[in-house]
Design a protein around this ligand. Structure first.
Ligand code: 3BY
Ligand code: FES
Ligand code: FE
Length: 411
């Protein structure tokens, strides 16, 4: 059976409240459908404005089969292009990141302006029209310091994402922050396992001793239910909102993205072993309130985030294959914060480096068990894994709609 038909049949037959069947986590043909229907069509968080602060700064990324370059133009605008030369297809930018006045393909030196137009191509004959061979644009939006791209020829409307997340993010001024540290870990598991693990804290107490010093394991903090009924959270929202920080739990009707500001445990202000701030200088000059907890943003399928009073941490998920996922973590601090003076890099990164490694091992062991022919979908905890159910619901609905829109009817 064709993978798309098989996937649709299994999605329709799925038992509510249970994990997905094995092929969703391991089958390369199912993975291709994920790429084609989600990763190649939807908006993807790809990096931060402050990673490319000056004209000519760029970084590259690989989304499935698509190499993409993101570059800041002379006009300050951030643009994205397919990183494939219009001559014979060599990657134009071969480094992970860099700075260049123009983008020069290393193969035969076709040279592109930062806006993608071809400005130089040697000995191509009299009739050659450079205007026909600019780098192909990729849709690109920047919101409050977060860059999103969409590979679809006709992207879905980004306006609802912007309208929803911008007010929550803006006070933190992340577009002018500084990257204190960034690392990428490879997790040997399907991207959906990375998400399922992220969307619950049922595993936290027994797996994350460092994070649990400051992050509450209550499902109301991580999941999608119960926050409104929790008096501690309600009080936190009222206090933060009064200080001009949008905080209340808000989720998109489709379930694809959520914002909410959550209190940390007791007096904790940051993800350190003591709970005290890791960075002496606050992240944003606009946020003068203390104890603002963590602003949580997720946007499927690429990002979850924690924005604190002294720093912010973003996570970017990119699938490498059916059974491998890259997770890039970026720590952002105030641009004037000085390492060794205002913060100790090890203290700043310790808790999440430990947590990421613990989660990597969980995802890999989860993938191991799922590869067993004896694996069958198991039940999620209604109390603790509401967030996981919500993710799987989103995936199921999204894929069912996409597959019904495009696939041949089932016999
Ligand atoms: O990073 C997160 O948002 C989730 C929430 C709970 C545990 N986990 C690592
Ligand atoms: Fe880029 Fe030839 S392939 S210049
Ligand atoms: Fe975890």
């Amino acid at each position: 059976m064709d993978a798309r038909d098989d996937m649709l049949r299994r999605l329709k037959a799925r038992a509510d409240g249970f994990s997905l069947e094995q092929p969703f986590y391991i089958d390369p043909d199912f993975h291709r459908v994920d790429l084609e229907e989600i990763w190649y069509k939807d908006w993807l968080f790809i990096g931060h404005d402050c990673e490319i602060p000056r004209a000519g700064n760029y970084f590259t990324v690989q989304v499935g089969d698509y190499p993409v370059v993101i570059v800041r133009g002379k006009d300050g605008v951030i643009r994205a292009f397919h990183n494939t030369c219009r001559h014979r297809g060599h990657r134009v930018c071969t480094q992970e990141r860099g700075a260049s006045a123009r983008l020069v393909c290393p193969y035969h030196q076709w040279t592109y302006d930062l806006d993608g137009s071809l400005v130089f191509a040697r000995q191509m004959g009299e009739d050659f029209d450079k205007a026909q061979f600019g780098m192909k644009p990729v849709s690109c939006e920047s919101v409050a310091g977060y860059i999103f791209v969409c590979l679809a020829a006709t992207p879905t409307d980004f306006a609802p994402v912007r309208a929803s997340i911008e007010p929550y993010m803006k006070p933190h001024r992340l577009w002018e922050a500084k990257v204190a540290h960034r690392n990428t870990i490879i997790e040997k598991g399907n991207w959906k396992l990375v998400w399922e693990n992220n969307r619950e804290c049922y595993h936290c107490a027994s797996n994350h001793p460092e994070l649990c010093r400051t992050y509450p394991e209550a499902p109301s903090a991580t999941g999608v239910q119960g926050a409104k009924d929790d008096p501690v959270i309600a009080e936190h929202w009222a206090r933060c909102e009064a200080a001009g920080l949008p905080s209340e739990f808000r989720i998109d009707a489709s379930g694809q993205f959520r914002t909410a500001r959550m209190p940390l445990i007791q007096d904790a202000e940051s993800y350190t072993m003591t709970g005290r701030r890791a960075v002496r200088r606050p992240l944003s000059d606009e946020v003068t309130t203390s104890h603002i907890g963590t602003m949580l943003l997720f946007h499927y399928p690429t990002t979850w985030n924690h924005i604190l009073v002294d720093h912010a941490i973003s996570f970017r998920v990119l699938p490498l294959s059916a059974e491998e996922t890259a997770v890039t973590t970026t720590w952002l601090v105030h641009r004037d914060a000085v390492e060794g003076v205002d913060y100790d890099l090890n203290e700043l990164t310790h808790v999440w480096n430990m947590t990421n490694d613990q989660d990597r091992r969980i995802v890999e062991e989860n993938a191991f068990g799922i590869r067993s022919p004896a694996y069958e979908p198991g039940p999620y905890s209604p109390e603790h894994e509401g967030g996981v159910m919500q993710f799987v619901e989103w995936y199921t609905t999204f894929m069912t709609n996409r597959l019904q829109g495009g696939a041949a009817p089932l016999s």
